[in-house]
Design a protein around this ligand. Structure first.
Ligand code: NAD
Length: 373
């Protein structure tokens, strides 16, 4: 992630220092950028001169002292709170008083990271999506300690990099990694109940729902180890709210080393010559699957608005620009009719007796008042 973010900043004309304790990673980052730049020149998207300038603006360093004089540092090291806190403490000894210190963390609390600094008001979350140069979304996450000036300066700067910024509250998963949970969790549950197999669930979400990838293809792409850990972390961080409950199917796949594409086997077999299973293209079944996952996603989006995690506009922007959803979930809720979304959730809640399916209070209030997003 760090090298992608460095590329974005350099492409916007900044002098960049890319720091890593592991020199091999620096060499890798440099070679990767050279390859990307060559491809962009070949495609006519950059001139040879531009590509050379972008590369020349990045200094690769294994010494943190190079950050002296920087206006902004974006940390994208290992996802470990103790290590991040140590690094932020060290950074503060090196940079000037006006330097903004940001973290690209996907799941850790920005308040905890900021607490490692003497000037906590200069610390903020700036969360890119993978790959950073291609994905337009960036979540800007002020901690309780962050000053309004730090938030404004960070957002203005990232906006000037032609990214789509959304403001998110410092809560587990921020916007995207919170709202997207049912895309995986409910798909896994539908499979576990024997309603349909992986290929059929993927077909329903892709072909009938218009999602770019089905949930099992996507989990195999992200890696079941990574996706399972995020789910477990979010579940614990939400004090074991059943809405975020992880799945044994994914846990077992991860334990077996069936991570997905990177290990050659996940929910699907990626070895050479292996055939992909055929889905059951029964549209009634497909729409039932799509509808069940979709109402849970819409409910999560509405609850994020209810709890002021982000504005309605930013929640819809985040899901379309960060994870390529075909439509904003709140807009989708309007189209389906919020009363229909509520009625489906209430049916599931009554049938399962599981609070996983409880409707957001905001959804209930809006239906009662006849309102829409
Ligand atoms: N991979 C993603 O899709 C993604 C998306 C958004 C955010 N993030 C976040 O970005 C951060 C990095 O993720 P990644 O996937 O790029 O990880 P990675 O393991 O690929 O890269 C981390 C880099 O940090 C270096 N590093 C580790 N400890 C260090 C230290 N103390 N000082 C300096 N460098 C150190 C490592 O050598 C490595 O090169 C994490 O906080 C992660 O949550 C990742």
């Amino acid at each position: 992630m760090g090298s992608g973010i460095a590329q974005v900043a350099s492409q916007s004309g900044h002098e960049v220092v890319l720091f890593d304790t592991n020199v091999e990673q620096l060499d890798k980052a440099k070679a990767k950028l050279a390859k990307i730049m060559a491809r962009l020149v070949e495609k006519g998207k950059l001139t040879t001169e531009n590509a050379a300038d972008i590369q020349a603006r990045i200094r690769y360093s294994a010494s943190m002292n190079e950050f002296e004089g920087c206006g902004l540092v974006i940390e994208a090291i290992i996802e470990n709170l103790a290590i991040k806190k140590t690094v932020f403490g060290q950074l503060e000894e090196i940079v000037g008083d006006d330097c903004i210190l940001a973290s690209n963390t996907s799941s850790l609390s920005i308040a905890s990271i900021a607490a490692a600094c003497k000037k906590a008001e200069r610390v903020i979350g700036i969360h890119f999506f993978n790959p950073a140069p291609l994905m337009p979304l960036v979540e800007i996450i002020p901690a309780v300690q962050t000053s309004a000036a730090t938030t404004k300066a960070s957002r203005d700067l990232v906006d000037s990099w032609k990214k789509v910024t959304v403001l998110a509250k410092d809560t587990p998963g921020f916007i995207v990694n919170r709202v997207a949970r049912p895309f995986y969790g409910e798909a896994l549950k539908i499979y576990e109940e024997g309603v349909a197999d992986f290929a059929t669930i993927d077909w329903a979400m892709k072909e009938l729902g218009g999602f770019r990838m089905g949930p099992f293809t996507l989990m195999d792409y992200i890696g079941n180890d990574i996706n399972y850990t995020v789910t477990e972390t979010v579940f614990e961080a939400f004090y074991y709210d059943p809405r975020y409950r992880p799945s044994f199917t994914q846990k077992r796949h991860s334990e077996a080393g069936w991570y997905g594409r990177k290990s050659g086997r996940g929910y699907y077999d990626y070895s050479e010559g292996a055939e992909m299973p055929e889905p059951n293209k029964d549209e009634v079944l497909g729409n039932e699957i799509l509808n069940r996952i979709l109402v849970l996603l819409i409910n999560e989006a509405i609850d994020a608005v209810f709890l002021n995690i982000a504005s309605a506009e930013d929640v819809d922007l985040a899901m379309t620009k960060g994870v390529n959803y075909p439509k904003g979930l709140l807009k989708w809720g309007n189209e389906l009719g919020l009363e229909n979304v509520l009625s489906k959730l209430d049916d599931l809640h009554a049938e399962y007796g599981d609070d996983k399916y409880r409707a957001s209070v905001l959804l209930r209030r809006m239906v009662k008042a006849g309102e829409q997003f």
